[in-house]
Design a protein around this ligand. Structure first.
Ligand code: AMP
Ligand code: ZN
Length: 454
């Protein structure tokens, strides 16, 4: 069996992964805040962790994967105020859109997908524990976490607390004892979602949501906590502080995995900068497997640049893999070949796994059936090369119309009406269907990326 090595943000080292329970891996990923469509950067993080979970499922008999939905948040409240749409409608619609986009990208559903609004009692209990142990205090209807009460604060993000607070000194809320203290609970006015609590009607801060949901489904200490690098500070630093202080002796997550940001023109893709593409608009223009592959061709810890050209390159790479499978209509089940496993077990080295897959493709093209089966199995771990060759090259096209056009073109050529024959070819080429005349006189066809032969 392969040993899995993962880079741990907390220790800043690559570590050999060993779950707390040898046969059971418990992993938590911060999921979406549901006020708007996911952008392709959000999708990168979801796809990266989907690959990690697929790998864990090959290596371990049991994996519990929890990915939450944040459905109470000031961004959601603001969106409802702007649009007039009820909050429940915004969150339900956005969660459904998110599920549809993830399914299109081949992201498998998590084992548990808790929603924050259904776990308020757990949040209240955590906050009570923090108050009782002197790590939190109530002030003007707010409950705050006391950062100075936890000397290890800053261990995950690597900043000293005073350094973290330097920027916060301006405009510090009057109810904070220390500028770095952060909100666990805040009061809600009547027109804002709120729940009754020992501190009055209010709503949770964002960080406590993840501490409560991971505790509920994975326990006080679990194996892996994931998210994008943008969440290391303050979100994950605060989750860690809350959970470790609420449960003395616990470690919260033993290993922290953070995936790099997707960029556009060397700038982080984000809603606030406006430099984003939604996952759905990208998926409308290119095959889903090509989009997915474009998101994992770069190592997960590096920033990745997104562009149409990057998707087109991924598409060409997949064309090559599918070409390698073309002559084997009946592929048998196979294990993921060792070089691919070894690459993925080394901190999820997807670029190396892909180059190993090209090695398999070479052998398959040279006639080796086992390599073709191995290539398909390796693709299963990355969530690509899972279509039939026919679907990949000709999927979605109007086959009957294309076959009829090919027949008409053949007939035109027989009459030596080459003008007509060329016109038919040009007409279909403009629609993204390429005719290729074979030496034996027959004509094959394939579909060019993003144009479904319509
Ligand atoms: P949000 O809905 O903004 O809370 O983000 C959901 C997930 O997407 C989090 O894990 C973020 O780290 C991640 N994320 C946000 N922006 C990007 C980006 N540009 N590239 C990669 N991941 C991102
Ligand atoms: Zn979180």
């Amino acid at each position: 069996m392969h040993s899995l090595f993962l880079h741990n943000t907390l220790s800043r080292r690559k570590e050999q992964f060993e779950p707390l329970e040898p046969q059971h891996v418990r992993i938590y990923l911060c999921g979406p805040t549901v006020y708007d469509l996911a952008h392709i950067g959000n999708a990168r993080t979801m796809v990266v962790f989907d690959v990690l979970v697929r790998l864990l499922r090959v290596l371990y008999p049991r994996v519990t994967y929890v990915r939450n939905i944040t459905d109470v948040d000031d961004k959601i409240n603001a969106r409802a105020r702007e649009s007039g749409e009820p909050i429940e409608q915004i969150t339900a619609r956005t969660a459904a859109d998110f599920h549809a986009d993830m399914a299109a990208l081949g992201v498998l559903p998590p084992d548990e997908e808790p929603r924050a609004t259904r776990h308020i009692p757990e949040m209240v209990e955590l906050i009570q524990r923090l108050i009782a142990s002197g790590h939190a205090y109530e002030a003007q209807g707010h409950v705050l976490f006391s950062v100075p009460s936890f000397p290890a604060y800053g261990q995950l993000s690597g900043h000293a607390p005073d350094e973290l607070l330097a920027g916060a000194r301006i405009d510090v809320a009057p109810y904070k004892r220390d500028p770095g203290d952060f909100v666990l609970w805040k009061p809600s006015p009547p027109d804002t979602p709120g729940w009754d609590s020992p501190w009055g009607r209010g709503r949770p801060g964002w960080h406590i949501e993840c501490s409560a949901m991971s505790w509920r489904y994975l326990g006080e200490t679990f194996d892996i906590h994931g998210g994008g690098t943008d969440l290391i500070f303050p979100h994950h630093e605060n989750e860690l502080a809350q959970s470790v202080c609420a449960f003395s002796g616990s470690r919260f997550a033993r290993l922290w995995v953070h995936s790099g940001m997707l960029q556009i023109n060397e700038e982080k893709m984000s809603k606030s900068l406006g430099n984003f593409f939604t996952a759905r608009e990208v998926l409308a223009k290119a095959p889903a497997e090509a989009v997915r592959l474009a998101l994992i061709r770069t190592h997960y810890r590096s920033v990745a640049e997104f562009s149409d050209a990057a998707v087109a390159e991924a598409k060409r790479e997949l064309d090559r893999f599918y070409r390698a499978l073309e002559r084997y209509p009946d592929l048998g089940a196979a294990d993921v070949p060792p070089p691919v496993m070894a690459a993925l077990c080394d901190d999820l080295n997807t670029p190396l796994a892909l180059s190993a897959m090209h090695g398999l493709a070479d052998k398959a093209l040279a006639g080796d059936f086992d390599s073709a089966c191995g290539l398909r199995a390796a693709g299963g771990l990355l969530g690509v090369v899972q279509q039939s060759v026919d679907e990949w090259f000709r999927g979605g096209a109007d086959r009957a119309a294309i076959e009829a056009a090919i027949a008409e073109r053949r007939e035109a050529r027989r009459r030596r009406d080459y003008k007509r024959a060329d016109a038919i070819r040009a007409e279909w080429s403009a629609r993204g269907v390429v005719f290729e005349d074979r030496p034996d006189g027959s004509t094959s066809w394939s579909v060019v990326a993003g144009q479904e032969g319509r």
